[in-house]
Design a binder for this molecule. Structure first.
Ligand SMILES: O=C(O)C(=O)Cc1ccccc1
Length: 296
């Protein structure tokens, strides 16, 4: 039974997703799990009733989770939704079918876009003619096959092996089908408050920060990535770019992740936060809009 005193944590469901595995491995019984059916609904669930969420951010084989960065364009990101931590989860995909379906009988493969991408070589080699069907999560693909009866005989899901045992009528046809054995997804832990204590989070000094850079204050001046990086003046470890809608065509949001590489732990916590604050001030002084999406 759910312990209603524990904080709620939203995750991409249903049970059996990699998000669920990552959440449970990280938080165990310290939270109440609150399953949502899309990444957008996980993000939107963050509220007084649900102060925590786990959102997939990047995969080591297939790259950025675009849906997540698109959600970070919304004005509530960095205003009342913040990144306060990260979790990594190793991912091993299986090809799961209704019992009795053979490889040659598969006409469609259902999964989350990320999982389809992470298994592209297997699909090309073994199921080149199958149509790919994007669904909201890997476990949602398993549920669809499990509940569609005989109609799903030509369908396969790419999901965890575990899904074949939790949903009825399924079996694993192949396992370990990802393009490389080393397949890791990084998730962000998000909250509604910058100050919130994250359950079971080790008391280490923050080392990361994510900034969203909008456009320059002056519409005449095209935003240059060099200007951004020079103004920040801190160690940048990744930059993602997504369209900024509602302005000129091809205007962008840049998402800039910073990593503190200093090794001296003394006062590192305050020093890192101050360093990031100063970077934000330098951006502002150059007329560049920026929002701090999280520090962890
Ligand atoms: O669909 C899932 O299981 C998710 O948690 C999203 C996802 C999909 C594939 C790899 C990592 C995360």
């Amino acid at each position: 039974m759910a312990d209603t005193h524990l904080p709620r944590l939203a995750f991409l469901g249903p049970l059996g997703t990699y998000s669920h595995q990552a959440a449970f491995n990280r938080f165990g019984r310290s939270v109440q799990y609150y399953e949502r059916d899309t990444i957008a609904n996980v993000f939107n669930a963050l509220s007084d009733e649900c102060p925590l969420a786990l959102i997939p951010q990047e995969n080591s084989l297939y790259g950025t989770v675009i849906e997540t960065y698109d959600l970070f364009r919304s004005s509530c990101a960095g205003r009342d939704k913040f990144i306060l931590g990260e979790v990594t989860q190793s991912i091993r995909h299986s090809l799961v079918v209704r019992k009795g379906t053979s490889l040659s009988g598969i006409k469609r493969i259902l999964s989350h876009e990320q999982a389809l991408g992470q298994c592209a070589r297997f699909i090309e080699a073994h199921l080149p003619n199958a149509s790919l069907v994007r669904v909201s999560s890997t476990a949602a693909a398993a549920v669809a096959i499990s509940t569609s009866g005989e109609g799903a005989c030509g369908d396969a899901a790419i999901c965890s092996e575990h899904c074949a045992s939790i949903f009825e009528g399924l079996e694993v046809l192949r396992e370990g089908i990802q393009d490389d054995d080393s397949n890791i997804t990084r998730f962000f832990v998000m909250s509604t408050s910058r100050e919130r204590e994250i359950p079971l989070q080790p008391a280490t000094c923050p080392q990361h920060a994510l900034l969203r850079i909008g456009s320059t204050v002056s519409p005449q001046k095209q935003l240059s990535v060099t200007d951004i990086l020079v103004a920040i003046g801190l160690n940048v470890v990744r930059v993602d770019r997504r369209p900024l809608l509602g302005r000129q065509p091809f205007e962008s949001y840049y998402f800039v992740e910073l990593l503190d590489t200093r090794t001296d732990p003394a006062g590192a916590d305050r020093a890192w936060k101050d360093g990031v604050e100063q970077g934000l001030i330098r951006l502002k002084d150059k007329g560049i809009d920026s929002v701090l999406l999280g520090i962890w």
